[in-house]
Design a protein around this ligand. Sequence first.
Ligand code: GLC
Length: 460
Amino acid sequence: MNTKKMILAVVFFTMVSSNLLFSQRQTWSETKEQKAQRMGWWTNDRFGMFIHWGIYALPARHEWVKQRERIPDEAYQKYFDHFNPDLYNPEEWAAKARKAGMKYVVLTTKHHDGFCLWDSKHTDFKVTNTPYKKDLVKPFVDAFRAEGIRIGFYYSLIDWHHPHFTYDNIHPNGPRDAEERKKANENRNMDIYRQYMKDQLTELLTQFGQIDELFLDFSYPGENGKGHQDWKSEELLALVRKLQPNVLVNNRMDLDHTDWGWDFITPEQFMPQEWPTVRGERVPWETCQTFSGSWGYNRDEYTWKSTHQLIVMLIETVSKGGNLLLNVGPTARGVFDDRANERLDGIGEWMRFHSRSIYGCTQVPDEYKTPQNCLMTYNPETHRLYIHVLEWPFKSLHLPGLKDKIEYAQLLHDASEIKFYSQTQSGSHTVETSKENDIILNLPVERPNTDVPVIELILK
Ligand code: GLC
């Protein structure tokens, strides 16, 4: 081939490959309005159940037990060999979630240990090869859909079982020495693992109907870590969008530097101080939280949050425009333990009377000031404000700047009227006065008998 043809060939190849790269980067483009519409159900529903379940429920001491205790495959195998959740009844789980007021659910289909809860054709490390012998995912999806709960899948990008997932900084079984690790990784081909992920995500996103949320987990870019180049995240996302165009995808494929590579951000195990922003803009966010610290069932963990703390966590999340994905770690018998059930029941009792202050709500407009010891939410459709009173004050609550803006006020749990007035002139030593544009809510002295009392303000 003469030089001229060679140059033309190189130019042509460069154009094709860069365009291919560019097109992969442009696999997804939608307007802000289209994205808001696609996320509408999620923004309204606010509250979901996370479920971390797998063979790590047998050791019952955290889903990272293999990593924390550096358990080799051969020793971890005993949990596979004894996994038989004979009491598994997803209808029970779904009923619990509905009663707790949870509108969507996210199930770990494969966690970092690589164990698959469905009959994947691409691995033997799956539930149908355990003593349980049956797929867990289809019955799960059917049961939760029957309760009107939307379906989400968690899928771990990390896989400590797959023979071609290269050893890195957190892999429990790889050599610690850098040179030895490098040598061991010569026998591991990440192209094969990336294809495995594509094949499995194809199974998950085509065999179980509409999937509403996809929670991929997690990237740890940098030396000896794994980021978007290791996952080929653009290709993975293109596949996901092709198979389930309406699915909402979280932000853990290490595509945070883009505005198309994620739908919502996912702070976890802490409460953001304010509505999180990315590049200066408030963004959709879902905080995932545990009852006790551990995601998987942890028998001996005693750092369990109280029901009150969990209810306040839900309210505070929505008051900052976010979603709460609250996690349950079922036991290896296939049931929610009593500590989880107690909290789900308590949350459900509160939500029975107060879900109006959660569903369809968000952060109050900036002009409204939140009273002391309260959290506020706002429904922009119904034009109603909700005051969640964390410490019941004596007799009155002052609302700054709301004079002449309220049509009616009531306690939400029993719809009993709350009278309100403004009183700028002091009449006598027993008359409470308000500032010029404030109003005073006249509260019963006795705190209402509900976990967090809520006052509903119907605005004019
Ligand atoms: C962290 C943990 C993982 C858990 C996830 C939930 O990534 O490593 O075990 O599944 O948080 O968001």
